[in-house]
Design a protein around this ligand. Sequence first.
Ligand code: ADP
Ligand code: F6P
Length: 327
Amino acid sequence: MAKEVKTIGVLTSGGDAPGMNAAIRAVVRKSLNNGVAVKGIKKGYLGLLNEEIVDMDAKSVSDTIQRGGTILGTARCLEFKEEEVQKKAADICAKHGIDGLVVIGGDGSYRGAQALAKHGVNTIGIPGTIDLDIACTDYTIGFDTAINTAMEAIDKVRDTSSSHERCSIIEVMGRNAGYIALWCGVASGAEDILIPEKYDFNEQTLVNNIIANRKIGKTHHLIINAEGIGHSTSMARRIEAATGIETRATILGYMQRGGSPTCKDRYYASIMGAYAADILAKGASNRCICYREGQFCDIDIEEALAMKKEINPYQFETSFLLSRSNR
Ligand code: ADP
Ligand code: F6P
């Protein structure tokens, strides 16, 4: 028989993402509606270990749906990879009467949730990361806001880049994943998109493209470079030396992770939060919420973590063709 869940905790972990507040709000209000009490755990797993735990009611999430960041705070807590520390965290949950836990974060955070499930805490993961790099789901909370923020910034750089007839390298977030770069690159008509999954470190190709574009009269050349490749400033210097075309680097950085979430992020986060509260109330554990093929669903975390996500080759190749204006 499924364990009866009377009190749950909710935490956000890893990099914050716009829409996390909408998810927290939904977890809290749907759980209360299900007759389940909720405790907010501050600063992710670190806050759990430090027992930074507060009671939450429907009012404690008022006026939060439109806010970026996470009202609970977040942290990276490397010691949580240790079995002993995970056991201690499960004991802390028991001490506070927490028999279920919603973890909003990326796949690193899911590993922590999986460990807690093994120690008897019912856990549910909600995908919260601007990187879109969780294989089991087509959507992660924060991605939509981040790409729109980055796209608007890129459009602005493009204006000044064209006016000065410069080449611009714009670095966007994504240490291990190129989704932000790919989407922003396509959406802003970038001439080149560099992503960690596909980059061959051959700058001569870039140089040739820039020169060819200049020959056909393009006044700018936008290169969207993912953080995982990085080194945008030195790359700009080398490209300028090789092409003779003024080249500037702009690193967008953390502004991409903040800001008020888009409607899409608020909507998906709200439904995912409610879904997590419902399955947790029914006794589910070691599951994560996904959006796949147009449906919200849940799958085993183990299965989710074993899945691989690849950049779609057609979409990547097409991005280059669409920015060609010479045929
Ligand atoms: P994300 O959740 O966005 O992928 P991280 O990879 O930084 O971000 O993970 C967030 C946190 O999840 C880590 O700081 C750590 O507390 C926990 N975590 C990550 N990997 C593991 C693991 N293998 N086992 C247990 N906990 C983990
Ligand atoms: O949350 C995802 C992310 O923003 C990645 O794109 C980036 O590589 C990383 O987090 C940066 O993390 P930190 O906050 O530790 O610098």
